[in-house]
Design a protein. Structure first.
Length: 494
């Protein structure tokens, strides 16, 4: 058994679970969703039935029936002397889910592959003889690719040499490597909430204690909370997504960047900037950023300072993380880390514990793709713009009581529901073949059950169908919830 969750901890994680009848099945669905989202890790011991019943205000019979339903669907097992324990499930769907070809999966906020990718791969395959003549892996990355990445940083106002670049197997690998290199068990790490869930998982697995700073679609980053957290807790690192933050789509203003950089300098906190969505602009009047600059313009001045923290005059260590996963294709596992040379050496010493380098073929593909990046981001802008507009219009028409944010880029809308029932809504939608992640999945600690992330990376027709499903099930979800609905936990916990 790996871990245990208390009855109060489980109640807080469940959020607005009372969204269907009978009550035992609604409770079982809530726990299933925690398992599916990996918010309840495999081999986690659940609270005793009597204890959970007391905390939730239910009869023990109801909790017993919920646990039996979970055993029947293969989500938990009961061990003699150990109580009920969650089972490894991966991405398995719960019972009664329609998994036919009409299902819509919006759990992953990644667009389909860039249309020219197959052609680039074919070109690289023609040079296979030269590729297989090499060792096949390199802890730092191929020099041509590192030089291409460095040149684009330099072109956008961030002077960079190839020695300051490490190529990784995607952004997630980069986040995990930075976390394990910089953090020791018990160190504090500042993180936004809501945030990219796998980044929070990586920090926790490195032993960090998370310090959450709220970011909202309308007010942006809570600078007072950020300054207090940096000053009082002295976190080792701060993980931020400053441009088109996932899931809110919010971008830091110059003033927000300056305030956070100054506070990080005082607390000697390393800023880890996840820029994997930074190039996904839709409405920017001049979409010229680190990886949208043509080579011919490499020496041109970059007056707009659109690259986050490019013009911050502060003695603060910056680590930048990027990848091709959102811009080109999620299956192309090529990411990178940009930092000072001393840290690159530390990362290289730590990396063999995880992997021995990024495959040569993928690196050769990535090098060619960077030469065509202006063309790629232009196509992405059109695709994401179509999806965003279709989703926003459909939501405004079918669910006008929801608060729809206005975003200028990124991959999703962080929608505010008119009741804290995101978890129950997601379970109800699964029964209709629509797969989503509930708001609490993006919480650094807990809460956000009033929010729902809706990616606009899918085709517009699929997004309209998804909204039809949400509009159809939402009234039943609202009707099944207790009145008044359980309060959102964001303000109490974050």
């Amino acid at each position: 058994m790996d871990s245990r969750i208390s009855a109060r901890g489980l109640a807080g994680a469940l959020g607005g679970w009372r969204t269907r009848a009978p009550a035992y099945e609604a409770l079982a669905d809530g726990i299933r969703l925690l398992c599916l989202d990996n918010r309840l890790a495999p081999n986690t011991a659940l609270p005793a039935e009597r204890e959970l019943a007391a905390v939730l205000g239910l009869s023990r019979t109801t909790v017993t029936a919920a646990y039996q339903s979970l055993r029947d669907s293969g989500h938990i097992d009961s061990l003699r002397g150990s109580g009920s324990v969650t089972l490894p499930l991966g991405r398995r769907a719960p019972r009664h889910v329609d998994t036919d070809a009409d299902a819509i999966d919006l759990q992953q906020a990644s667009p389909a592959a860039w249309p020219g990718l197959a052609g680039v791969m074919s070109e690289v395959a023609q040079d296979a003889a030269s590729l297989i003549a090499r060792a096949g892996y390199d802890l730092i990355g191929s020099l041509p690719l590192r030089a291409s990445i460095a040149a684009r940083y330099a072109a956008s106002g961030v002077p960079t040499s190839p020695d300051q670049i490490m190529v990784t197997t995607g952004a997630q690998s980069a986040i995990q490597l930075v976390a394990t290199t910089l953090l020791r068990r018990g160190d504090r790490a500042l993180i936004e909430t809501p945030t990219y869930p796998h980044a929070a998982d990586a920090l926790r697995s490195a032993g960090a204690r998370l310090v959450a700073v709220p970011v909202t679609t309308d007010a942006g980053w809570d600078l007072d909370r950020a300054a207090q957290a940096l000053t009082r807790t002295g976190p080792t690192l701060a993980y931020l997504m400053p441009r088109f933050q996932n899931p809110t789509g919010r971008t830091m203003s110059a003033g927000e960047q300056r305030a956070i950089a100054e506070a990080a300098e005082r607390s000697r906190t390393t800023l880890v900037l996840d820029e994997t969505t930074a190039d996904l602009a839709i409405d920017d009047p001049e979409p010229v950023r680190a990886f949208a600059m043509p080579y011919a313009d490499a020496a041109a001045p970059f007056a707009d300072a659109a690259v986050p923290f490019a013009d911050i005059d502060a003695d603060v260590e910056l680590v930048r993380i990027g990848s091709l996963g959102k811009t080109v294709w999620g299956g192309l596992r090529v990411g990178w880390i940009r930092c000072d040379v001393a840290l690159i050496r530390r990362l290289a010493a730590e990396r063999p514990r995880r992997d021995l380098g990024t495959p040569e073929f993928e690196q050769a593909v990535a090098t060619r793709l960077l030469a065509r990046f202006p063309e790629i981001v232009a196509q992405r802008s059109l695709l994401l713009g179509e999806g965003r507009d279709a989703l926003a219009v459909a939501l405004a028409d079918r669910l006008p009581e929801w608060k729809i944010p206005s975003v200028r880029g990124g991959v999703s809308l962080w929608v505010e529901l008119d009741a804290p029932l995101s978890s129950g809504l997601v379970m109800a939608a699964r029964d209709e073949g629509l797969f989503l992640s509930a708001g609490p999945r993006f919480a650094a600690v807990s809460g956000h059950d009033r929010q729902l992330r809706l990616p606009f990376t899918a085709p517009a027709d699929d997004l309209r169908r998804a909204v039809d499903v949400l509009a159809r099930v939402w009234p039943d979800v609202r009707l099944a919830a207790p009145a008044p609905a359980a309060p959102d936990l964001v303000s109490a916990i974050v």
